[in-house]
Design a protein around this ligand. Sequence first.
Ligand SMILES: Nc1ncnc2c1ncn2[C@@H]1O[C@H](COP(=O)(O)OP(=O)(O)OP(=O)(O)O)[C@@H](O)[C@H]1O
Length: 229
Amino acid sequence: MLIDVRDVTHGFDGGAPVLRDVTVRLTEQRVGVIGANGSGKSTFARMLNGLVVPEQGTVTLDGLDTARQGKEVRRRVGFCFTDPDAQIVMPTVAEDVAFSLRRRGLTRTEVDARVEAALAAHGLAGRGDHPAHLLSGGQKQLLALAAVLVTEPDLLVMDEPTTLLDIRNARRVAEVVRGLPQQVVLVTHHLDLLADFDRVLVFDRSRLVHDGTPADAIAHYLRLMDDDR
Ligand SMILES: Nc1ncnc2c1ncn2[C@@H]1O[C@H](COP(=O)(O)OP(=O)(O)OP(=O)(O)O)[C@@H](O)[C@H]1O
């Protein structure tokens, strides 16, 4: 998709801007977003599917304006939160994935087939009847991913999906992300996940301050952190 962010400035509830003058066009398959805590990364990510609508400026995805066509945008843009508990809504694993497919006009058989395929693709085969809240943190994140991907979004936006996971589960999630056919925007503090990304954006104090290759962007970010000491 063409992600077109133009002249975006945004504060919450009339407060100081947490994003200032951000303009960027993204078409790459793998886009990383890095920066210090509070620099505006999550707010930027949430704007890409209309969870946050900019106070000033516009965000469009393939021409769909998040302010006016939020519903259509969210049909095409999936979002994965840091804490999978924030998006697991149903009691069992299979029901949670099936919930994403409601109101899509699919038959029960079609839903069941899609759910089964999604669980198999994300290491959850045979766990459909398992209570979702009893899964481990890593399995919950895989479930959250399965529940988003079953809707076949064109773009997947992920906000620090590995932050709460141990190294093994973080690697598992990273592996799933690496294999996705979809375009991905990934906000992360795990810089090693970005090594083979096409483009990495660096935010600092509400501004987009660097935009380049993973190596250049990470070097820029590390310099910013050193300057702050
Ligand atoms: N819903 C909200 N209401 C009010 N302020 C908010 C809201 N969401 C974020 N903020 C503020 O916006 C600023 C930027 O936050 P944001 O979460 O975008 O940063 P971040 O770069 O993702 O940080 P982190 O790495 O800690 O997740 C912070 O000062 C935060 O307190």
